[in-house]
Design a protein around this ligand. Structure first.
Ligand code: ADP
Length: 139
């Protein structure tokens, strides 16, 4: 199935100057970039985006981490894009992510894991609408 998914290159990706390297992993896997912008995420959009984690002890850390510097937000499109991007990333905890996955190669731990990607069709639709107007998506 052709799907679209929302991807964020998080502050640790940007600080390590990895935007090109990470985008190449996605495009080499056959995904197409159909929307992209650099954004400074504020607390309000982060509270919405990570709403399901609001009661966790590490929530303040996520808010601080995601505001360390501007991030790159994008929409990728392709065959099984949602699960495909998640498998290129590897598991949430970078310290156990296999080498060859994006988090295994460039992430640090459970928190600093380089990239966000939607985890289901429902969240992909919500997240794409959170960051992009329809007119900003080029497919
Ligand atoms: P994923 O990003 O793999 O979908 P989650 O949705 O569970 O993972 O968590 C969202 C983000 O919150 C993670 O990517 C990570 O940055 C942070 N996070 C998750 N679990 C922890 C944790 N135990 N400690 C610190 N940060 C965490």
């Amino acid at each position: 199935m052709i799907e679209k998914t929302l991807v964020i290159l998080k502050p640790d990706a940007m600080q390590q100057n990895l935007a090109g390297t990470i985008i190449e992993r996605f495009t080499k896997a056959g995904l197409r970039l159909v929307a992209c912008k650099m954004m400074r995420l504020n607390e309000s959009i982060l509270r919405e985006h990570y709403d399901f984690l609001a009661d966790k002890s590490f929530f303040p850390n996520i808010l601080a981490y995601m505001q360390e510097c501007p991030v790159l937000v994008m929409v990728l499109k392709g065959e099984n894009a949602i699960s495909g991007v998640r498998s290129l990333l590897g598991p949430t905890d970078s310290s156990i992510a296999p080498k060859g996955t994006i988090r295994g190669d460039f992430g640090k731990d459970k928190s600093r894991n380089v990239v966000h990607a939607s985890d289901s069709e429902v969240s992909a639709q919500k997240e794409i609408a959170r960051f992009f107007k329809a007119s900003e998506i080029f497919e």
